[in-house]
Write a protein that binds this ligand. Structure first.
Ligand code: NCD
Length: 361
């Protein structure tokens, strides 16, 4: 069974197929209005969401399908102590495809090990958010006409910002992409991501402390919110919360055709005056999210049909191993639920947790 847990679950060709299908849906909406007739999407959201959940809901409705689910952990059986594994076994009897958001990193991977229907990760802790990545890629493709040969600046909370992690992983599959990381020291990209980027020969990257010094170079400026809910220390949040604010003055040196993206919600990192600048693409980005989710649902349901015939093996079996290590990341699902402690062996002989990608000590 194919799932979408991380952007790397898709090849570059598959990403392009989904983006192209999204573009076709935009051009021919009526053609798809009954494409999922009789199918059900379950939205299992254990963490707050406005855009992503309603985007999935609206995507399935536009495909002529139905939607069921819950929008907070408190309204699900998790309050009675039910595990993710049991919940998805149950939901597999009620629906054809699952979109799951969870505050624990790796929860959707656990779900994919037990569900008998495709699972889509709609955001897990500060780990990954692959459907936002597809949204970002479709937006860049539509606005810039290409996904290769780009200089993209990521600004803000690169530590906890899961949308940043996933988009960088996907961009690593493209040619001549330059990534510029703009963050305070405290909010730098996690070590595992920096290591991955160092090992990837295609992607070039550098770290800077201000957006002003790189603004003229950028084709895309990807702004992010400081993720208040993920800080363990309130003082640290207070210190960094106003690190970067994009205003019209800072855009004076930017290219005329640069685009500004933001996964939203925004707090104060982009001033309201920027909204009327034609380069502000973040509200167009939201709409693209619905179309690309329509494309993804169609693609995963088609693959599920094809694989039913083939009887494919679960993906984790061949990629990961149980080796006596335990994950030390307090936000990892393997710390709170009784799951196999799975690790992936790295090229340098070290091990990384399968659920949250943190290095084993
Ligand atoms: C993002 C998320 O949930 O990670 N929002 C979204 O899905 N569009 C970004 C954020 O919460 O800051």
């Amino acid at each position: 069974m194919r799932h979408l847990i991380e952007p790397t679950d898709l090849t570059r060709e598959e990403i392009e197929q989904i983006v192209a299908l999204g573009e076709d849906i935009i051009a021919n909406r009526a053609k798809y209005s009954e494409a999922c007739k009789g199918k059900k999407l379950a939205t299992l959201f254990y963490e707050p969401s406005t855009r992503t959940r309603l985007s999935f809901t609206s995507a399935m409705m536009e495909l002529g399908g139905n939607v069921l689910g819950f929008s907070s952990a408190s309204s699900s059986s998790v309050t009675k102590g039910e595990t993710v594994a049991d919940t998805v076994r149950v939901i597999s009897c009620f629906a054809d495809i699952i979109a799951m958001r969870h505050f624990k990193e790796g929860a959707p991977l656990v779900a994919s090990q037990y569900a008998t229907i495709p699972v889509i990760n709609a955001g897990d802790g500060s780990h990954a958010h692959p459907t936002q990545t597809l949204t970002d890629l479709l937006t860049i493709k539509r606005e810039k006409g290409r996904l290769d040969n780009l200089t993209i600046g990521f600004c803000g909370d690169l530590k906890f910002g899961r949308t940043v992690h996933s988009l960088i992983k996907a961009l690593a599959r493209y040619e001549n992409v330059k990534v510029i990381l703009i963050s305070p020291e405290e909010l730098r990209l996690p070590d595992y991501m920096l290591q991955e980027m160092q090992e990837n020969s295609k992607l070039s990257f550098r770290e800077v402390r201000t957006m002003e010094e790189v603004m003229p170079e950028l084709d895309v400026l990807y702004m992010t919110r400081v993720q208040k809910e993920r800080f363990l220390d309130d003082d640290e949040f207070e210190r960094v919360k106003n690190s970067f604010v994009l205003d019209p003055g800072k855009l004076l040196t930017a290219k005329k055709d640069m685009i500004i993206l933001h996964p939203l919600p925004r707090v104060n990192e982009i001033t309201r005056e920027v909204d009327s600048d034609p380069r502000a693409a973040y509200f167009r980005q939201v709409e693209n999210g619905k179309f690309v989710r329509m494309a993804l649902i169609l693609t995963l349901l088609k693959w599920a049909e094809e694989q039913k015939a083939e009887g494919a093996a679960p993906r984790y079996a061949e990629e990961y191993e149980v080796n006596g290590h335990e994950c030390h990341n307090h936000s990892c699902i393997s710390r709170t639920e009784d799951v196999d402690q799975l690790f992936r062996r790295e090229k340098d002989g070290s091990f990384r947790c399968a659920y949250c990608e943190t290095k084993a000590r």
